[in-house]
Design a protein around this ligand. Structure first.
Ligand SMILES: CC(C)(COP(=O)(O)OP(=O)(O)OC[C@H]1O[C@@H](n2cnc3c(N)ncnc32)[C@H](O)[C@@H]1OP(=O)(O)O)[C@@H](O)C(=O)NCCC(=O)NCCS
Length: 197
C-alpha cells in the first residue's frame, strides 16, 4: 500500500484510522449530492473502508484518505480503482482487472476551492501511470456535477460522452497515457512506498 505526498497533502491508503474523518465528510448532503444522492451512514462508511482494504490487497491500488499533515485532519478521499459496469461489486475483485482504471475524488466542503482535489488527483494519476502502467484513466461523474468536471479538465482529461458505469448513466472523461506524458506534471508526486495499517 503506497502513501503519496504532495505539497499540501499526505495521501494514506484508507484504514480504520480514518473512520471518523470519512464518516464526518460522508454525512454531509452536499458532498454526497452527486454520489448516490444520500448522506452515508457510519456503517456504510465502515463497509466502504473494508471494501477499499480488499481492493488494495487484490489490486495494489484503491482509496486514499487525503490528510492535511500539520493538523492531521482528513481533508477528503480519492481513488485509483478498476471501474465496473454493474451496480454491485463482484465477489471476485480480480475479475475487474480487465476494466479501465478509474480516478475519483471528494473533499470535505471546508477544503473546497483551494485546488486540493486537483493536487491530489495529479498525485494519484502519476501513481497510476508510473506504478500501475495504466494505458489510460477514466473519470465518471453525474452529468450535473460541474465542479468535478472542472477537476477533470484541469487534469487534462477529455470528455468522451455518456457511458454506463456502476449501473447508471454517467458522463465519462478519459486521460490517455500520451496526454499525461505530454501535459501531466511529472513532479506531482513522491511515493515513499511506506505501508500503513
Ligand atoms: C468535486 C470536488 C472535489 C471539487 O472541489 P474543488 O474545490 O472545486 O476543486 P479543487 O480542489 O481542484 O479546487 C479548484 C478551485 O480552487 C481554486 N483555487 C484556489 N486556490 C488554489 C490553488 N492554490 N491552486 C489551485 N487552485 C486553487 C481554483 O481556481 C478552482 O476554483 P473554481 O472552483 O472556481 O474552479 C468538490 O466539489 C466535492 O468534493 N464535491 C462533492 C463530492 C463529489 O461530487 N465528488 C466527485 C464525484 S465525480
Amino acid at each position: 500500500m503506497t502513501v503519496l505526498t504532495t505539497v499540501r497533502l499526505r495521501l494514506e491508503p484508507v484504514s480504520d484510522r480514518h473512520v471518523d474523518g470519512l464518516d464526518a465528510m460522508n454525512q454531509i448532503p452536499e458532498v454526497m449530492r452527486y454520489i448516490g444522492g444520500q448522506p452515508a451512514t457510519r456503517e456504510q462508511t465502515m463497509s466502504m473502508i473494508a471494501r477499499a482494504r480488499r481492493c488494495w490487497e487484490a489490486w495494489g491500488t484503491g482509496w486514499w484518505a487525503f490528510i492535511e499533515p500539520t493538523a492531521d485532519r482528513l481533508v477528503g478521499a480519492g481513488c485509483i480503482q478498476y471501474a465496473r459496469r454493474e451496480a454491485e461489486p463482484p465477489a471476485d475483485l480480480a475479475s475487474l482487472q480487465c476494466n479501465p482504471l478509474e480516478i475519483g475524488w471528494r473533499l470535505h466542503p471546508d477544503y473546497w476551492h483551494q485546488g486540493l482535489a486537483t493536487e491530489a488527483a495529479r498525485a494519484m494519476a502519476a501513481f497510476a501511470f508510473a506504478q500501475l502502467a495504466a494505458p489510460e484513466l477514466i473519470a465518471i461523474r453525474h452529468p450535473d456535477n460541474l465542479a468535478s468536471a472542472r477537476v477533470m479538465g484541469r487534469l487534462g482529461m477529455q470528455y468522451r460522452g455518456p457511458e454506463t458505469w456502476y449501473g447508471t448513466i454517467t458522463a465519462a472523461h478519459v486521460l490517455t497515457r500520451g496526454d499525461w506524458q505530454r501535459y501531466g506534471p511529472l513532479d506531482a508526486i513522491t511515493a515513499d512506498g511506506a505501508s500503513v495499517n
